[in-house]
Design a protein. Sequence first.
Length: 435
Amino acid sequence: MIPRYSRPDMVAIWSPETRFRIWFEIEAHAADAMAKLGMVPKAAAKKIWAKGKNAKFNVERIDEIERVTKHDVIAFLTHLAEIVGPEARFVHSGMTSSDVLDTCLNVQLTRAADILIDDVDKLLAALKRRAFEHKKTPTVGRSHGIHAEPTTFGVKLAVAYAEFTRARERLVAARKEVATCAISGAVGTFAQVDPRVEAHVAKAMGLKVEPISTQVIPRDRHAMFFATLGVVASSIERLAIEVRHLQRTEVLEAEEFFSEGQKGSSAMPHKRNPVLSENLTGLARMVRAYVNPAMENVALWHERDISHSSVERMIGPDATVTLDFALGRLTGLIDKLMVYPANMQKNLDRLGGLVHSQRVLIALTKAGMSREDAYKTVQTHAMQVWQGKGDFLTLLKSDPAVRKALSAKELEASFDLGYHLKHVDTIFKRVFGKN
C-alpha cells in the first residue's frame, strides 16, 4: 500500500501498533481464561492486564529483538515480559504462534470488512440519489457499444445500485466466514490448552471459535474473503468503464467533475480526462491480483507451514486499503458526476429513429406480415439510414408494403419514446423497494 491510494482508518488497522495491541489482547484474554480454570494464578492474569492495558508497545524494540530471535511472536513476548515483569512467564502458556497470528489476522480482516461495508453503504446512498434524480432522463442503451433501444440514465444507475447491493451482501458473508478464532495449540489438538480458553478469547475478540484448526485456521476462509474483494473490485471497474465511455468526446453524456484549477494535460490545455475512472480501473486490477495468491494459500503442508504468511502480510493490507480507497473515490465520482440530458437526447436522435426498429418490426408482424419479410423490410430501410440516405420514419412511410400493413398514425406510434420507459417505475420498485 502507498499513501497515494490509502485512507487513514483502513491503514490504522494494519499498523504495527494495532497488530501488537491485538496480540496483547489475545494473550491477556487467554490468561484470564486460564486463571479462571486454575491453569495460571489469578494475580498473574490481573498483573498482565494492569501492566499491558495502557502500555505503548515499542515497535523499534520489538524489531531489535526479532533481529536476534528471527521470530516475531517471540520478539513481542520478550518485549511484553519487559513491561509486565515476572508474571509474564504465564503468558502464552500452551499456545503456539499461529494462535496469536491467525486470530489477530481475522480480527484485522473483520475490522477491514466493517469499513468496506460502510464504504459500500455510502456508495449506495450516492447511487440511489442520482438514480432518482435521473429516473426519467431518457438516454440510448447500447449493446456491443452500438445504439440499441432507449433507456434512462436513472436505470443505468439502478443497475449499479443493485450490483453493489449484492456486493454488500457478499462482504457481510465474507466477514462472517473469516471471523473465527483458534487457540488450539500445536497441531490443533488442544493438548496443552483447554478449549474453553479458545471460547473465552473468541467471545472477547468478537469472533467465533474455529470448529477445527490444524494449528492454523483453514485458508479456504481467507481465499473466499479475498475473492469477494476481487468481485467487488470488478463491480467498481464496470461502473468506472461506463463513465469512461460516456465521457468520450463523441458521446459526452456524462463527465467527471472538473474542479477549478484542475489541469487535464501537461501539453493540451483543452483536455478534460476521465482520470478518476481510469484510476479506478487500475486499482480494480490490483485488488483482483491479490485473489490468486489467496487461493494458493489454501494448500498448506500437513498441519501447517508458513508459505501463506509472507503472502498475507502483503495482500491483507494492500487489498483492503486499495479497495477502501477505490470505493471512496467511486462514491465521490458518482456524487459529483456531471450529467448532460441534452446530449443524451441528441445521441438518441442521432440515427434518425433507428432505435425504434424493433417496435416497427413487431407492429408489422402484428399486422400480418411474416417475421422474415418484416425483418427484411425494416433492415433494408435501416441500412439506408446508416448510409445517410434518409430518415427512418420517412423511408418507412414511402414503402408500399409498410403502408399496406400500417397507417401513418400506427407507424408514428412506433416511434414514441415514452413507450420504452413505461416500466421504469416497476424496475425502481424492484431495485429500491417502496420509497
